[in-house]
Write a protein that binds this ligand. Structure first.
Ligand code: C2E
Ligand code: MG
Ligand code: MG
Ligand code: MG
Length: 279
């Protein structure tokens, strides 16, 4: 292929590739320095009880305030942080900050609200996760019941080990939620074996729910299964009133999505949803 396109084209591709490699090496270097430079910020996306229009919690979503590139999405740097072994440091930082913030809002006279924190696979399998979390809860003063960890089905491929980890975590009194539910390939039998408190229906099933009977049927089945298993269920990625109405009609009362609010910096979340804090 390359030969047919001639020498110049080959050089073009090679330069392109070089640029990509250089950029990647730079990103890795900057990521290594970003933690001590405190360039990470947590945004919080509110979660609502649809019927009562009541705030029931927030999900912490990390952002990288890059000095030149601006605010970078986790989809861009979390995989890199995993590859270069930085994710456990970053993950600990995120956990501590999320717990600290919930406790602080409460101390300032706001409500005590639960926070969900995403875990990466490496973090989940790190040897001292439960011990570290226990320490973070003690240091920040947040009650364990107000911390929820979001894991994904793909993390539970090693059923025996993950079951032990989940038991250890849940014995701390924190909650476990299964993120992006329906997109992985875990066996449904995990749901009854593991201490999972909540299913989070992935946005890919919500997107077309107003026009796709199949998606509507899948979502309705997940909701009904969760209820039978006595788990909570939340839908993520709700952007329109139509989607909201269908979910409510299907008995899913917990909602997260742009329809209510995008993820917001702590101050904005507080002034918008925790009034009268930080007005
Ligand atoms: P996730 O945990 O499934 O988080 C939901 C993502 O969907 C967030 O993207 C959120 O901003 C976005 N979202 C929420 N509502 C809507 C909506 O109505 N429409 C659309 N189009 N999107 C919506 P974000 O913040 O870019 O995060 C992407 C992923 O990065 C997260 O997916 C999570 O897997 C990962 N992530 C974020 N923060 C952390 C973290 O602190 N640690 C780890 N390990 N992963 C994180
Ligand atoms: Mg999540
Ligand atoms: Mg996720
Ligand atoms: Mg998700």
């Amino acid at each position: 292929e390359v030969k047919k396109q001639g020498k110049n084209n080959y050089h073009f591709f090679s330069n392109e590739l070089n640029a990509q490699i250089t950029e990647r090496v730079e990103l890795e270097g900057e990521l290594r320095k970003s933690i001590e430079r405190e360039e990470f910020e947590l945004y919080y996306q509110p979660q609502f009880h649809a019927g009562e229009a009541k705030l029931i919690g927030v999900e912490a979503l990390v952002r990288w305030n890059h000095p030149e590139k601006g605010i970078l999405s986790p989809a861009l740097f979390i995989p890199v942080a995993e590859e270069i072994g930085l994710i456990t440091n970053l993950g600990t930082l995120v956990l501590r900050e999320a717990c600290r913030q919930m406790h602080k809002w409460h101390e300032e006279g706001g409500p005590l609200i639960p926070v969900s924190v995403n875990l990466s696979s490496q973090q989940f399998y790190q040897p001292h996760l439960a011990r570290d979390i226990k320490k973070i809860l003690e240091e920040t003063g947040l009650q364990p019941a107000y911390l929820e960890l979001e894991i994904t089905e793909s993390m539970m491929m090693d059923a025996e080990t993950s079951s032990e980890i989940l038991e250890e975590l849940s014995s701390l009194g924190i909650r476990i939620s299964l993120d992006d539910f329906g997109t992985g390939y875990s066996s449904l039998s995990y749901l009854k074996m593991f201490p999972i408190n909540k299913l989070k229906i992935d946005r890919s099933f919500i997107q077309d729910i107003a026009v796709s009977d199949n998606d509507k049927a899948i979502v309705a089945s997940i909701i009904s299964m969760a209820q039978h298993l006595k788990m909570d269920v939340i839908a993520e990625g709700i952007e329109t009133k139509d989607q909201l109405d269908i979910l409510v009609a299907s008995n899913c009362s917990e909602i997260q999505g742009y329809y209510y609010s995008r993820p917001l910096p702590a101050g904005e979340l507080a002034s918008t949803f925790l009034a009268p804090l930080h007005k």
